[in-house]
Design a protein. Structure first.
Length: 164
């Protein structure tokens, strides 16, 4: 797991060092296989997002590799299975609603790896307590497997919107 995390960090640093790396070529210039891969990666991320909004993470383990790593707002959460058991699962059970808005995703394919950046706002209504509104960003590294694209590394962070 450490090696895959290091690879993801190196790729992210390389992308950050090249100001043009984050900008995909115009759609007409992209090859059909690259578009298909980008769409497949978007579909994985969309399935995860939909599960969060349904407040039901059943089956989301299949979207992640066994040796996945999840990082959230300055914390190391462990593998997705660990994150689901000790953080996400109990959190979803405490919510009445969770809704994303202003969602965007950018995907870059690098061989058998995909780099994805998602930006969004979200609103959480807990079963008890105050409603939370946040502005978030997620960076994910997905890997191509025999079963399709899977999330290898996911890093999420969020903050209160300015002026709130």
């Amino acid at each position: 797991m450490l090696m895959t995390t290091m690879i993801a960090a190196v790729m992210a640093a390389q992308a950050a060092a090249d100001p043009h790396a984050a900008h995909a070529p115009p759609v007409a210039a992209q090859s059909a296989p690259e578009n298909a891969d980008q769409n497949a990666v978007r579909a994985v991320l969309a399935r995860y997002k939909a599960a969060i909004e349904r407040l039901d993470a059943t089956g989301t383990e299949s979207l992640f590799t066994e040796d996945s790593a999840v990082f959230e707002t300055g914390g190391v959460e462990g593998s997705y299975k660990e994150y689901l058991a000790h953080h996400l699962g109990p959190e979803l059970a405490a919510f009445r609603t969770f809704a994303f808005s202003d969602y965007t995703v950018a995907v870059r394919i690098e061989g058998d790896l995909a780099l994805a950046t998602e930006t969004y706002n979200y609103r959480i209504e807990p079963k008890t307590g105050e409603i939370a509104m946040r502005k978030g960003v997620a960076t994910s590294v997905l890997t191509r497997t025999a079963a399709g694209w899977k999330i290898l590394v996911m890093h999420n962070s969020a903050r209160k919107p300015k002026g709130s």
